[in-house]
Write a protein that binds this ligand. Structure first.
Ligand SMILES: N[C@@H](CCC(=O)N[C@@H](CS)C(=O)NCC(=O)O)C(=O)O
Length: 199
């Protein structure tokens, strides 16, 4: 049985996985597709979130951080998660910060999606946008490496393009250094564009 990464097209957490698969040269070993149904993803992940990676034995791994660590192991280790202590924990902290941006951005989107008949609750949106703003400022001051790509850079690139896509936070005017960072990222890793959601 081939391994399969289950995700849904626009999922930024899923994109971390689809891009990492390409970047690590694992495309021939792992299929990518949608879950068959909500019940399907629930049966694999009680949290009912994508992505989930179904392994050869049918067992599923989640969440995206665990999946990226597994992909790194499959690729021989030390590729997107450094092995030396200093760089390793720096990359893991960057990844945690990027995931925090994504979580806050997702909550901004869900505020409208799951309360469709109500006025947006601005204090909650501001609270989430404050997290995004502070984390982007920190990452703009010390951006993740691009050439020696780690989970930190993967997470940040997915977070920035997710906010371009869903428009939860207009980050470009405020953070020109990150605009430049993303341009170099895309030029250095053309496979990233292939993982961009289309809808
Ligand atoms: N911490 C999780 C977050 C995954 C997540 O929030 N996925 C979203 C799609 S981008 C989802 O499945 N949401 C459905 C839900 O919250 O029930 C990860 O890193 O994989």
């Amino acid at each position: 049985m081939t391994m399969k990464l289950l995700m849904r097209g626009p999922s930024p957490f899923g994109r971390k996985g689809t891009f990492a698969i390409a970047h690590l040269g694992l495309s021939g070993r792992i299929d990518i597709g949608d879950p068959d149904s909500e019940d399907h993803i629930r049966s694999l992940n009680p949290l009912a979130k994508v992505p989930a990676l179904v392994r050869d034995d049918g067992d599923a791994l989640f969440d995206s951080r665990v999946i990226l660590e597994y992909l790194d192991t499959l690729a021989g280790g030390g590729k997107i998660i450094p092995t030396d202590t200093g760089p390793r924990f720096n990359a893991l902290r960057e990844a945690a910060m990027a995931d925090g941006i994504l979580e806050a951005a997702l909550l901004v989107t869900y505020e409208g999606r799951y309360r469709p008949d109500q006025e947006p609750y601005e204090p909650w949106l501001d609270f989430q946008r404050g997290k995004i703003q502070r984390a982007l400022a920190a990452m703009s001051d010390a951006p993740p490496a691009i050439d020696l790509l780690t989970v930190g850079g993967i997470g940040l690139a997915c977070a920035l393009e997710y906010m371009d896509f869903r428009k939860q936070y207009d980050w470009r005017p405020e953070f020109p250094a990150l605009v430049a960072w993303l341009e170099v990222f895309n030029a250095t890793h053309p496979a990233f564009a292939d993982s961009r959601p289309s809808d």
